[in-house]
Unconditional design. Sequence first.
Length: 391
Amino acid sequence: MNSLFAALPTTVFETMSALARQHDAVNLGQGFPDDPGPRDVREKAAQAVLDGWNQYPPMMGTLDLRRAVADHYRDWQGLDLDPEREVMITSGATEAIAGALLALIEPGDEVVLFQPLYDAYFPLVRRAGGVPRLVRLVPPHWRLTEEALAEAFTPRTKLVLFNNPHNPTGRVFDAGELALLAGFCTRSGAVLVSDEVWEHVIFDGLEHQSVLSLPGMRERAVKIGSAGKIFGMTGWKVGFVCAAPELMRVLSKAHQFLTFTTPPALQHAVAYGLGKEREWFLATRDGLQRSRDRLAQGLTALGLPVLPSAGTYFLNVDLAPLDPGLRDEAFCLSLVAREGVAAIPVSAFYAQDPVESVVRLCFAKTDATLDRALERLSGLGAAIRTKPAAH
Ligand code: GLN
């Protein structure tokens, strides 16, 4: 057996969802919406299964979807992508990330990663033979600094695995931070692989900037997107990879031997969905922003310190100001069992030196679900308020 995989625990998302079921808890842990997704897009998929071609589509993805991806990113992010040479469809963004690591690094190459990191990144980098170099982001600002990057980059840096908007912090990195990162990548010659699956889940009027539009990055960046996140149907597993032809040539070799293709009916429906009117995307953002605000206001009213969230389905509560002794994992285990609310301990997103005072909650839920969670947490709020402040 491979020792790395043999030693891995089950993901924190699976574990917390199982505990949520066991305790009949409101599940604000694993990130998935209550909403079933846009009906017209689901109908397209259903119809395509019935009427359409259910055999292997082209390995790179159906041409209608690759064109739709290029058009969508032109309209929304000002990118100029050749659908035939620079866009590939994968079975989800996780496949795209795994494929990029397998395709782009050699054993011993250094890979810069940012903690807290999505749980798949670290084991995938190591399994591909990469040597992780971790940049540690800390609350409440989770900022990328020049000092931290300077420490992580070395002459052996070959790849950077980035995520923006960022899960679990809800941060959208600003133009200054992105320029800083691009500068380090161009100077070191590293390829920047950017997980941008939350690109449409962004609030307060912010606009997503892809790494492909950063100076010097068009030829050395890989942009990864996800239909599951754009349409709020996380089980669909339809990912998009965008990169210059030289990189794509190698990326497609990994994809052809990982999953080879992605269900054609879903590709057909996603191609339709990406062309939906601008208002639909903006209204979806507004709805999620209202949910974010509802949960944030409710938690704040209970006395829980909420950190800002500018994107993703998540907001975080920092336990440190309440009680510096509280540990996120113990807190989440007690929360699910005693209050009946499941959340995710952010320490699970650190490969080393974890921050252990932050708890992530998913707000991509109906008002009724959020209110039920807040109701259940009200006892906790009272307990916190009567506790003498810790200094
Ligand atoms: N992306 C989801 C989250 O962050 C989890 C996906 C999964 O369960 N693997 O909650």
